[in-house]
Write a protein that binds this ligand. Structure first.
Ligand code: NDP
Ligand code: PMR
Length: 363
């Protein structure tokens, strides 16, 4: 009876690969403690009580709110993949996320070594991986000069796109091995990368051009720090990085959905005008942006509500469609949104994928 109930619950799956002679207490994976060795010898599938989700940049804003929303259901263990360990611990505590529902792990997406180290450390944890959320981002709209990642890529595209590109590629095998009922890779996109919207037409507009800057390594030495090969513009670099995020999601879908059953999706969670994303913007912008979005564009959404939206994309049994860019209407109902011409250009997606593979050392 209990087994039947468990099987019908959406966030529960059966872990097939744990052998009968493994000490369940040692694995610490299932929240079940089997102290009787006789019981451990019984060859039966184990019920996994929680899904495991990695969320990058879960120390603030959307990532933290999503971690909280998922943790509160009791159905998820959240790996908070963050560059500032202490900040993330404090944020989790302050948000009231129960200790047993999260693990903070160090990840600096602006260093490919750190990404590789994170993946190794994750493997040492011994947890299956069911959902990956690529959420972290930086936005440097006032920077006059570019800054760079450890490997010398312009910081916004290096962090938001290339760091996540390597991370998701390295974790794909883990996802393949998971026996979770609905495995998902979610890459957070944005309206501002989509030039088929009013917000996407506020200059500077996203435009990847012919990718000559990306091919040149974005380092500003032998080329340009911008993907299209132009002069540095921090706001454009962010929007370009979001286009790369949305293209990567679709390329993942084309290459891996059928083979793996993994759902690949992106979303625009709404304008969360109060988050740390705008920390580098001028004080006047930070003052006026929230009321502008609340009362003029009406695109504003609170961190809490945006977190509920992303949590929905992670776990809602009705949002399993792959290759989709989700948005929400005024009544907070999700719908499949249309991407701009560039953000849905399959040929560009393939090229971005292939160049990115070379830059991060996968090809
Ligand atoms: P926040 O600044 O609050 O969150 C960004 C997170 O990314 C922080 O936790 C930050 O860490 C982390 N981060 C930044 N750089 C790195 C790095 N090198 N390595 C690891 N983590 C890093 O902004 P939001 O919550 O607003 O942004 C979250 C996502 O939502 C982004 O992908 C953004 O593009 C997207 N988005 C946001 C919108 C908005 O209106 N705010 C609208 C549409 C999309 P730390 O806490 O240490 O700074
Ligand atoms: Mg925008 C429906 C209109 C709408 C929406 C939903 C957004 C979202 N913005 C809209 C319109 C406008 N914005 C208009 C008309 C203007 C000109 C006054 C405008 C300006 C503006 C600026 C200067 N908006 C901005 C900025 C930023 O610096 C933000 C940005 O581009 O960050 C990359 C931003 C945003 N507007 C949004 C959203 C969601 C953002 C920021 C977050 C993001 O895309 O990640």
């Amino acid at each position: 009876m209990a087994l039947q109930a468990a099987l019908s619950a959406p966030a529960i799956s059966i872990h097939k690969e744990v052998k009968s002679n493994v000490s369940l207490k040692e694995t610490g994976l299932f929240g079940v403690s089997v102290s009787d060795p006789l019981k451990a010898e019984i060859k039966c599938p184990l019920i996994r009580k929680q899904g495991n989700v990695i969320i990058t940049g879960a120390s603030s804003g959307l990532g933290l709110a999503t971690a909280k929303a998922l943790a509160d259901t009791g159905k998820w263990h959240i790996i908070m993949a963050c560059r500032n360990f202490l900040k993330a611990e404090r944020a989790a505590k302050a948000a009231g996320i129960a200790k047993e529902n999260y693990t903070v792990m160090h990840l600096d997406l602006a260093s490919l070594d750190s990404v590789r180290q994170f993946v190794e450390n994750f493997h040492r944890l011994g947890r299956p991986l069911d959902v990956l959320v690529c959420n972290a981002a930086v936005y440097l709209p006032t920077a006059k000069e570019p800054s760079f990642t450890a490997e010398g890529f312009e910081l916004s595209v290096g962090t938001n796109h290339l760091g996540h590109f390597l991370l998701s590629r390295l974790l794909l095998d883990d996802m393949k091995q998971s026996d979770f009922t609905s495995k998902r890779v979610i890459i957070v996109g944005s309206i501002t990368g989509n030039t088929n919207t009013l917000a996407g037409n506020v200059p500077p507009k996203a435009n990847l051009g012919d990718l000559r800057g990306l091919s040149g390594g974005l380092n500003g030495l032998n080329g340009s720090p911008m993907i299209d090969g132009g002069d540095f513009d921090g706001a454009k670099a962010y929007k370009d990085s979001k286009v790369c995020n949305m293209l990567t999601m679709q390329e993942f879908h084309r290459r891996y959905h059928e083979e793996t059953g993994i759902t690949f999706a992106s979303l625009y969670p709404g304008c969360i005008a109060t988050t740390g994303l705008f920390r580098e913007h001028i004080p006047l912008f930070r003052l006026l942006f929230p009321p502008f979005q609340k009362y003029i564009t009406k695109g504003y959404v609170s961190e809490e509500e945006a977190g509920e939206r992303l949590a929905q994309v992670v776990s809602d049994p009705s949002l399993t469609k792959s290759g989709v860019y989700w948005s929400w209407n005024k009544n907070s109902a999700s719908f499949e949104n249309q991407l701009s011409k560039e953000a849905s250009d399959a040929e560009k997606a393939r090229k971005v994928w292939e160049i990115s593979e070379k830059l991060v050392g996968l090809a």
